[in-house]
Design a protein around this ligand. Structure first.
Ligand code: HEC
Ligand code: HEC
Ligand code: HEC
Ligand code: HEC
Ligand code: HEC
Length: 364
């Protein structure tokens, strides 16, 4: 990218600087070498606040893989999505914008009106984030999680980059980062960690990957692969990683010729927040208990819904028991099957993400 943007002059400048830096480096060690390279500031506009920031697509010129992942995530659509637009009555409620199109999670709300430059040094807590008024369509953008108050990009690694960079491993690997916006989910999480499972939000929602941080030619050749995370921010990768995160079991089955009764047990074995979780939007998890005939056709069915709002969610480590009774019309006692299915759904039932499923043959 660098060559395209600034041409041969930059390359000459780089070679010049490299020569000087090489001498300095042999004299004074690696730290200074890095400092000089990063302070070349070939792309100062990238770490610019406000309207001068060209937008996340610019980060995608070099961080190609990460950009694509982010683009496919709901974070990139958190402002433009129909659901958000409608829920805010066409963006009328300013209060909502701060998490859906934040300046950065390091910028506190209070100081926003005082001065754009004079911002406090501590990161924002509990959603007190200043909202953007530019590049809104990018939603939760790259700067949103990476731009510090000192106009540097922070992340978990050290690196040599054309923009200012600062290592902050602890924060980027902690759930606290996600908790600045996912306030309720983070609260659930805090009540649970220490109880055996101390995986972070990133561990489950950003799959681990070893790769280079940039992919643009020829510059990527200068860089080594690093341990990083995919920017998918999705429930699907978390489900994939924790295959039996929720366990379903039939218990106390009582099968006579008139009736089949019993319980379905649901245990949240691994997820250290509630299932479902979240404060906004429509989040329903459904349990279907089906009685099937010997051809696999559903004869009878029972349905239970779980919502955070109704306090029927499955908390971390919790076991829930749902009883069912099916009165039988066909009393022939032929082979039948019970089936329990747990899935996440949306308001018009177009989404049916499978969480778990169990079957039980009913012999006589
Ligand atoms: C700046 C605020 C902010 C931060 C920080 C943030 N998120 Fe989000 N996140 C959102 C918003 C807003 C949405 C809703 C997007 C939508 O559906 O329109 C969301 C959605 C999600 C979803 C998808 C939920 C769904 O319904 O599909 C997951 C998973 C998620 N975030 C995980 C994370 C993780 C993991 C982190 C930390 C690495 C994180 N988020 C950090 C604001 C944030
Ligand atoms: C011209 C290419 C280029 C562009 C454009 C670019 N970066 Fe980078 N970035 C780099 C290079 C090179 C590194 C260091 C890679 C290495 O050392 O492995 C880097 C490193 C980073 C890191 C380091 C994370 C860590 O591991 O600590 C972050 C965060 C980052 N960039 C964010 C951004 C953001 C946000 C944007 C857009 C505003 C952006 N970058 C645009 C080239 C670029
Ligand atoms: C041990 C793995 C694990 C950890 C740790 C974890 N999650 Fe999850 N998360 C999941 C699984 C599995 C799901 C899918 C089940 C569900 O929707 O509840 C999920 C669902 C979600 C959803 C809902 C997505 C949707 O589509 O409704 C959000 C939002 C979310 N997680 C955010 C977070 C945040 C924020 C943290 C850290 C505070 C976190 N998660 C920690 C495994 C995890
Ligand atoms: C919701 C918050 C969030 C958003 C939005 C986000 N990142 Fe990150 N980013 C993280 C976290 C957390 C890590 C640390 C992952 C880890 O532990 O390696 C990270 C790591 C990185 C790294 C270092 C490589 C790695 O995987 O550790 C780069 C480079 C980076 N991000 C660039 C970007 C770019 C470019 C965008 C926009 C396309 C972006 N990020 C959007 C949270 C975010
Ligand atoms: C504290 C940060 C924060 C604030 C403030 C906020 N949201 Fe959100 N919003 C989120 C997060 C995080 C999600 C992802 C799921 C969840 O946790 O509910 C989300 C998800 C949503 C969704 C679901 C999108 C989908 O695709 O399912 C809608 C709709 C929504 N928010 C509307 C609003 C409205 C309206 C307001 C203002 C009243 C608002 N939000 C204020 C953080 C926030």
């Amino acid at each position: 990218m660098i060559h395209k943007l600034t041409g041969t002059r930059t390359i000459l400048r780089i070679s010049g600087v490299l020569a000087v830096v090489a001498i300095m480096a042999t004299l004074s060690g690696c730290g200074l070498f890095q400092k000089m390279l990063t302070s070349m500031n070939i792309h100062p506009e990238l770490a610019e606040r406000g309207e001068k920031f060209p937008g996340s697509y610019k980060c995608g010129h070099c961080h190609i893989d990460i950009y694509k992942e982010w683009e496919g995530s709901t974070h990139s659509k958190s402002y433009t999505s129909d659901k958000f637009r409608i829920a805010t009555n066409n963006y009328e409620y300013g209060f909502c914008i701060r998490c859906h199109a934040p300046k950065t999670i390091f910028t506190l709300l209070e100081k926003e009106t005082v001065d754009n430059i004079d911002v406090p040094v501590t990161q924002a807590k509990n959603s007190e984030i200043a909202a953007r008024d530019y590049n809104l369509k990018d939603g939760v953008d790259c700067q949103g999680c990476h731009l510090t108050v000192d106009c540097e990009f922070s992340g978990p690694h050290e690196g040599i980059s054309p923009h200012p960079l600062k290592k902050d491993e602890e924060f980027y690997k902690s759930s606290e980062l996600c908790g600045t916006c996912h306030v309720d989910t983070f609260e659930e999480y805090l009540t649970y960690v220490g109880n055996g499972n101390d995986e972070t939000c990133q561990d489950c929602h950003m799959p681990a990957v070893r790769r280079k941080l940039i992919q643009d030619e020829p510059w990527q050749k200068l860089h080594k692969k690093k341990e990083g995370k995919k920017h998918t921010f999705s429930r699907l990768s978390a489900i994939e990683k924790n295959k039996d995160f929720v366990r379903l079991k039939f218990t106390e089955i009582n099968n006579n010729n008139d009736q089949i009764a019993g319980n379905v047990e649901i245990i949240n074995t691994k997820v250290n927040h509630s299932i479902p979780t979240g404060k906004y939007g429509y989040r329903e998890v459904l349990l279907l208990i089906n009685l099937k005939d010997n051809l696999g056709k559903i004869i009878k069915s029972k349905q239970e819904s779980m919502f955070v709002e109704l306090n029927t969610q499955i908390k971390p480590g919790e076991k829930k028991i749902y009883s069912f009774v099916f009165d039988l019309d066909d009393k022939s006692g032929e082979l039948k099957e019970l089936e329990a299915v747990l899935f996440r759904s949306n308001f018009n039932r177009t989404d049916k993400t499978l969480f778990a499923k169990v079957e039980l043959q009913l012999g006589l």
